[in-house]
Ligand binder design. Structure first.
Ligand SMILES: [Zn+2]
Length: 267
């Protein structure tokens, strides 16, 4: 029998694996909304257009080594490139630490790898491209019936209806009261996928967390005059944040740390 891979080595491998995907997501975030090919041409500097050499394109390391600058023309790259790579790497390792290396881990990894580009494209363009929604629905339509998730498939269907239905309902009320779009149809479609992954109980937790996080962040942004009252606020990032929080606080036996704490404190 082959010895299992030592945990530390596995964490290291997963970190590099995640960082590499993060590097790819930077390309997706930059090119997909502009309808550019995400495969050709290979990475090049946005200013001098010179192709970035293989050794200058190593996730995380190259950004730090070159100080976030182009080797050729010294153009500065946004710190967000580094952030997306680190975030993807850390999320990959976190999912492994919570779920271990199994089919649930891979299903959740696919979700996270959809949510990261969705989040940053929504921040930049206030859209959630249908490509991501379709991929998510495809993953669920295979994964749920085959029991790749720790919930019954019907629980996923109910979760999708609850999550998307609630966002649809809030969107209509928001439209009526604020006279502007608060929750878009893209968010409702994303809700189908998130709810399908979470089931009913965790959907309610994730929705609650999404609204709580968005309230705190919008309050801070308004208070520090970074945005004004008329500012358009993308909701996709909060839905992604609330969902990941719900997933990462759920133990493999299905108990959720936050829900348990809440029940203990309240009753
Ligand atoms: Zn350059």
């Amino acid at each position: 029998m082959i010895d299992p891979i030592p945990t530390n080595l596995l964490i290291f491998i997963l970190f590099i694996f995640g960082a590499t995907f993060g590097s790819f997501f930077n390309v997706v975030i930059y090119r997909l909304p502009k309808d550019k090919s995400i495969v050709f041409p290979s990475s090049h500097c946005y200013r001098c257009k010179k192709p970035i050499k293989y050794l200058d394109n190593i996730p995380i390391f190259s950004f730090l080594y070159l100080g976030g600058k182009c080797r050729n023309c010294n153009a500065t790259y946004s710190i967000r490139y580094l952030f997306v790579e680190v975030l993807t790497a850390v999320m990959t390792v976190s999912l492994y630490l919570v779920y271990g290396l199994n089919v649930n881990f891979f299903m959740y990894l696919l979700l996270v790898y959809l949510l990261i580009p969705i989040t940053f494209i929504d921040i930049d363009y206030f859209i959630i491209p249908n490509e991501f929604i379709l991929i998510g629905l495809l993953i669920l339509s295979i994964g749920l019936p085959l029991n790749f998730l720790p919930i019954e498939w019907i629980e996923g269907v109910y979760g999708a209806l609850v999550f998307a239905g609630f966002l649809f309902f809030i969107g209509i009320i928001g439209q009526f009261i604020l006279k502007k779009e608060s929750i878009g149809f893209g968010d409702v479609k994303l809700g189908l996928i998130l709810g399908g992954y979470l089931g009913v109980k965790l959907s309610i937790l994730a929705l609650y967390m999404s609204f709580a996080i968005s309230a705190v962040i919008v309050f801070i942004l308004l208070g520090s005059n970074l945005i004004d009252r008329k500012a358009k606020i993308p909701f996709g990032p909060y839905l992604a944040g609330g969902t990941l929080l719900a997933l990462l606080t759920t133990l493999p036996n299905g108990n959720n740390v936050i829900i348990n704490w809440y029940i203990k404190t309240m009753f």
